[in-house]
Every structure is written in structure tokens, then in C-alpha cells.
Design a protein around this ligand. Structure first.
Ligand SMILES: [Zn+2]
Ligand SMILES: [Zn+2]
Length: 344
């Protein structure tokens, strides 16, 4: 079984080992089928760290994964061999105070696939097979492709972010940063908000063009429109920061009106950053962090199974797992790609 590790020297290495680990009673072994490349994977690939979590030992990237069950543990009853599943990358402890109140995304002891948050690192899905807990499995319908199902995780992230605010007819909404999460959020907002009320900001023409194809919304390339802050000062009622760029949160503090909600989904650099914090007080801005997802993973899979959403317009590239280095390079280039997947 081949495993593709990413190392602190920013290079991939591959190992080929017999998969002889025994399953625990509640575990399953799956053949990895598709795995989306996420912004956090790209951070690791470019910088050897993600939001301050450094790669300290070889790490298999990838957490947006789907697969086919090839073996089940003794106590697994809900799933069987050949079932096609989406994998929730988070294994919760079900024991901490956050798990006990069902705020699973805040679990103090979570293990998240493809993450260097803990040492030993939690190994991700860039491998031919992986072992997961049955609590992480969600059946996908036969009519849904693995490509579509591999959007469940980022879609769940966007669903969680959209849950923090209620929309009404008169509100103007801005999404700052239009990577896959920003685009998925756009798809969700378009279900309830008129397209002319939605504005999308980015520095990249390729992603803004993709946003425009998803809905006839307003797009602003903030690199070409240096005056946009003056043009839109105190204009928006709700802001989503989905770029993880420090300038972007300061832009939102200017262009969102007094008393508005700003939801942070983008992954900022770890440590201290410089923001115009006094304006948060003066304007009574409500800054809300949005981290991963809770029951939105179930919602995401249900909506995908019911074909309520289609994501093929965002999937620009697919690479064989063995070409994961090339896949990571393309995924890092926003002029070329939107969502990239590896498959096995
Ligand atoms: Zn992700
Ligand atoms: Zn917990």
C-alpha cells in the first residue's frame, strides 16, 4: 500500500508497505477513491505549516476524502463491504465538555486527518487505503459520483459559516476571498439571497470569473479597483472573510456598516496580526469565528445525495494519487485551478 508523505523540507516521499494493521472493533478499512485539496493542504505544501501548525514529522496530507469499504471491524453494524462513503475527517473524543454539549467542532481532543496540530501528526488521505472510525462514515448514494461526494467536507465548512446569520431582503452581503470555501458559500447564499445583493471580492480574475458563472452577482477585483474602500465604505450588512488575508479583515471593518456581522472563515496566519480593532468597538461590529462544522457534515452529505447542489463547475483538475506533487502545484496556482482532486 502506497503512502505519500509530505516532509518538513517541502518535498514528497513515498513508501510502499503491506497494510497489516488490524482493525479495532469499531473501525473500517477503505480504499481511498477521491480526495480534494484544501487551502490548508496548500499552506503545508508552500510553507511547511498551516496557521502556526508546523510539520515536525512526515505528514500525509488530505482530509476531503471519499472511499469504498473493503473491511469492517467486529462491532460495525451500519456499514458493510463495498459501501461507498464520505469520510468526516474529524474523530471526536465524545468526552470533553464541548462534545458533551454537541459542539463537536470545538472538541479539545479531536483528531483531524492530514493535520500537524498534534504530534504524532494525524495522517491524512494521500494513501491507497486508510482506517477510520465508523463514526466518521456517511453513505453516499449510488447516483452520486466520488468527485461530487468529495466536496462534502468543504461544503460542510461553508454551511457552518452560513449558519451564523439570518438573512433578510434588504441586506447586502460581501464575501471577501473567493477560493473554494467562498464559492461554496456563494452557492448556499444564492438559495436565499437575491444575486444583486451579493458582492464577491478577490484579487484574482480566474476565481471572480468562476463566481460570476455561479450567479449573476457583483464581483470586484480589489487589485484593479484600489478605490473600492471609499466606494463601499459602511455599505455591507454582513461580511464573510474567506481569504485568510490580514488586509482583507481590515477591508471588511471599513466596508461593513455599523452594527454589522463579520464572520471569519479564512485561515489567518498563526500568532498576532494587525487589525484596526478600535473600529470594532466604535462600529459595534460583531466578529464571529467559524471553525469547521458540527452536524453540517451530515447536512452536506444529505444535500449531495439529494442532488440539491452540483459542484462539477468548481472541479477544474483531477490527478492520480501518485501525481500528488503535480496536483499540489496546480492547486496552489489560483490562475489555473479552482478545486483540484487526487484519485486512486
Ligand atoms: Zn478542507
Ligand atoms: Zn471532545
Amino acid at each position: 500500500m502506497k503512502k505519500y508523505y509530505f516532509n518538513s523540507n517541502l518535498k514528497f516521499s513515498v513508501t510502499d508497505e503491506k497494510s497489516n494493521e488490524n482493525l479495532l472493533p469499531n473501525q473500517l478499512r477503505i480504499n481511498m477513491k477521491n480526495c480534494g485539496i484544501c487551502g490548508s493542504d496548500i499552506h503545508y505544501f508552500l510553507h511547511g505549516e498551516n496557521g502556526g501548525r508546523k510539520i515536525k514529522e512526515p505528514l500525509m496530507l488530505g482530509h476531503e476524502t471519499v472511499g469504498e469499504i473493503i473491511e469492517v471491524g467486529k462491532e460495525v453494524s451500519k456499514f458493510k463491504i463495498d459501501d461507498r462513503i464520505a469520510v468526516n475527517p474529524a474523530l471526536y473524543c465524545y468526552d470533553c465538555k464541548y462534545c458533551k454539549t454537541k459542539n463537536f467542532n470545538l472538541c479539545e481532543n479531536v483528531l483531524f486527518l492530514g493535520s500537524a496540530a498534534k504530534t504524532p501528526h494525524t495522517q491524512g488521505a494521500f494513501r491507497e487505503q486508510l482506517i477510520i472510525d465508523q463514526s466518521q462514515c456517511h453513505i453516499i448514494n449510488d447516483s452520486v459520483t466520488y468527485e461530487e461526494a468529495a466536496f462534502a467536507e468543504p461544503f460542510a465548512v461553508a454551511l457552518h459559516a452560513s449558519s451564523f446569520t439570518k438573512y433578510n431582503d434588504n441586506q447586502k452581503i460581501v464575501i471577501a476571498g473567493c477560493g473554494p470555501i467562498g464559492l461554496l458559500l456563494l452557492k448556499i447564499l444564492l438559495q436565499t439571497v437575491e444575486q444583486e445583493k451579493i458582492f464577491v471580492l478577490d484579487v484574482n480574475h480566474n476565481v471572480l470569473d468562476t463566481a460570476k458563472k455561479i450567479g449573476n452577482i457583483n464581483t470586484i477585483n480589489i487589485k484593479d479597483n484600489l478605490n473600492f474602500i471609499n466606494d463601499y465604505r459602511n455599505f455591507f450588512d454582513i461580511g464573510f472573510e474567506a481569504s485568510g488575508n490580514v488586509n482583507s479583515i481590515n477591508n471588511l471593518i471599513e466596508i461593513c456598516r455599523r452594527g454589522s456581522n463579520i464572520i471569519q472563515i479564512g485561515n489567518m496566519p498563526g500568532g498576532l496580526i494587525k487589525i484596526n480593532y478600535n473600529k470594532v468597538m466604535i462600529k459595534e461590529l460583531k466578529l464571529q469565528g467559524s471553525y469547521r462544522f458540527i452536524n453540517e457534515f451530515d447536512d452536506a452529505v444529505n444535500k449531495i445525495n439529494n442532488k440539491e447542489y452540483i459542484f462539477s463547475d468548481m472541479l477544474t483538475h483531477k490527478f492520480k494519487l501518485q501525481d500528488c506533487e503535480e496536483a499540489m502545484k496546480i492547486a496552489s496556482d489560483k490562475n489555473k485551478s479552482i478545486k483540484v482532486q487526487v484519485y486512486n
